[in-house]
Design a protein around this ligand. Sequence first.
Ligand code: FB9
Length: 487
Amino acid sequence: MAEDAVLAFLQTNEQIVNSGDFADEQGFSHEETVNAIKSLRGTKHVDTQDIKKESWLLTDEGKTYAANGSPEFQLFTAIPPEGISRADLQKKLGDSVFKIGSQQAIKNKWVEVGKTQVSRKVEHVDDNVKSMLLKIDEGEVLKQEDIDALKRRKLISLQIWKGFSVKKGPNYAPKRKKPATDLTRENLSGDWKNLEFKEYNFTAKGAPVEGGHLHTLLKVKQQFQTIFRQMGFEEMPTNNYAESSFWNFDALFQPQQHPARDSHDTFFLREPSTTRTLPEDYVARVKLIHESGGYGSRGYGYDWKREEANKNLLRTHTTAVSSRMLYALAKKPFEPKKYYSIDRVFRNEAVDRTHLAEFHQVEGLICDRGLTLGDLQGVLHDFFSRLGMSKLRFKPAYNPYTEPSMEIFGYHEGFKKWVEVGNSGMFRPEMLLPMGLPEDVRVIAWGLSLERPTMILYGIDNIRDLFGHKVDLGLIKTNGICRIGLE
Ligand code: FB9
């Protein structure tokens, strides 16, 4: 071991004058020797003095000039006394030597290079570059101006050698006892007094603690959950991506020929392709409301088909869960409720930089007697102001299951512009009354996505950097905490 060699050498010698020579004599690499010396210095077995040597080394180009002569000298000697054509000279020397050689020879006033002819301007020249390079190679020290000239032509490079001279330190011993690192049951019994303990390295970094990391979307989801909880909403159970067309569309009074129910917009399941059970009495009322209306509505006047309602799909909105919850509410003595959901929904749509075939829908609803559109606008102001958006505008819109419906726009203080932030409306009587909810019960509801606010908050402009198999897990680890009140 290099450590043992250093300690043994110092037992019979005053000092190691130069760690480099010592390494060569002892047959160790200089790196290994230096590491051993640093370790022995750490436990004060040795004291050291830094040695720093600067020397010039020939670069690869410098080595070729030292061997073949400088390009300018090669060019000069290739020109016969009567001169030579450029083309012949270039052919003789090769492009690189001709190019560099002619530039330097002209600079030295050795040659004259015309459009076609090259001729000598002097009788004789010396190849000083070559002789200087050979001197450096032999370790000679040159004048600074010569060094600078060769450095400028990148023919030499500076090599800095660092080593040590080494002497015995206060804790010197011919053999180093392996420093103890812990007090143990064994050494506590007695010989701890004779042990040498490794010094604490208080600057050492702790081992990185690998822990779990919340996905960026889930950080924002938690913030939305907090907002809904603060507003007194309960979370709906959304743990079923697979849904029947009945709950996803028919229960919402969405007609069976609606384009959104086409396989171009919806993912239908192949297996199991149809749902097993539906509440038959309620299905009968839904069939009726679609076909011939009721409760003052004309209905759609088409033949409603059970097999269409039975088709299983990946839910296209969390409103499918809202319909299940409202039906469950209608089966009990009525009590007002505030529900929310935040979960994945799936749409068979064209994907692009900001859209995938799925997204996380955020939905809120309030079910109570006598609610009005004003109540909806009020709760939207409350909700979005908690997201840092206090200025809202509403634009009339259409949804198959809400009337009236409104698109929601919020003024984004950061972008200094209005941003579409969601959609909303009052569920239609054709949806609520067949469920069996009391006549005067109204449901106001709204929805938005989780991805849009997340991408704004974290400055992500491609959805694939946020969601999917290409997400950079390093970002998941390093993305900051989410403080809602998005700026
Ligand atoms: O999220 C959306 N925009 C948005 C939301 C928040 C936000 O952060 C604010 C800074 C603080 C920024 C932007 N949108 C809805 C609007 C647009 O992004 C839109 O282009 C994309 N929409 C999705 C649907 O696209 C297929 C977002 C998604 C959406 C739209 C409507 C609903 C839900 C999600 C709904 C609903 C609804 C309506 C009535 C009753 C019940 C639910």
